[in-house]
Design a protein around this ligand. Sequence first.
Ligand SMILES: Cc1ncc(COP(=O)(O)O)c(C=O)c1O
Length: 331
Amino acid sequence: MRLPDRISLANLPTPIQPLSRLGRAFGIDLSVKRDDLTGGADSGNKLRKLELLAADAVAQGADTLVTCGGIQSNHCRATAVVAARLGLRSMLLLRTAEVDRDPGYEGNVLVDRILGARIRLVTPEEYARRAEVMAEVGAELRSEGRKPYLIPEGGSNALGALGYLSCCDEIARQSAERWDTIAYACGSGGTGAGLEMGVRQYLEGTRPIGFAVCDDASYFAGVISRLAAEAHDRFGAPEVPRAEIRIDDRYKGVGYAKSRPEELVRIREAARAEGLVTDPVYTGKALHGLLCELERDPRAFGRRVLFIFTGGLYGLFAAGESFRGLLPPSF
Ligand SMILES: Cc1ncc(COP(=O)(O)O)c(C=O)c1O
């Protein structure tokens, strides 16, 4: 296969660390791949995708990266940092029900604002037709003399997804012994598409499982198989049969970026057991799903399980209030 050019932005390889206390409880080898450590303010899984997307943008002579996401989008924040690192501008379309209210100074939005990203607040209705709205914004920027490069939600297109195909190459080089399962949080499907392609290319016998944080299993099977089919046609990536894609959609809880007490308790307990501080929107829910399934059947995912910690810590700092009552001061 032909891997397209990338700009080196991420600190790679990210370490793989044992979660020995959590794993021991189930009699398995449970480890974490620290993709939260890909960068600084640009940390998380998006940086692997942005290495490819930004290279394409620069090759096309773009001067502005345009993308979209929820109000506390990690992807938008990472895109704004990457734009600044490369001397480009950024324009973010952020979804919120309160478009007339100032977006505030917390979590990812604070970072977006510090970076000088141009922010446009869009309603959930506008966001539902985001491809169209992005195209309109692109046309507006062109009429101002700028050269925009449009990046879809989550950086999840065929090109961006290749970032996680390469991550599987990295995992293969880090450990001679086979992982039975790679578990990850699934939000827009790009990480899942990359991992599904990547295990077929580099990690024979390993199967990914995505824990959906929104939408449902059939939606993500559709997205992942479409992205993989496009990556196959454009870059010669391995084919991914839709029926083989594993998504568990039972742990998204009450909805995207909404937390139930059991999910927050899981974040607290994992942090205290292993020093692994996950976020409530993505990685905390995925880890909760993984551990709930292991509690049900310790052999559900084989003997060696690798959890990809895809970052998102800024989301935790925007959700501090939801922990009130769960964290009494200890004297
Ligand atoms: C911290 C974090 N983890 C996981 C995901 C999910 O990745 P993807 O959008 O590629 O499905 C995202 C973004 O959506 C994220 O910000």
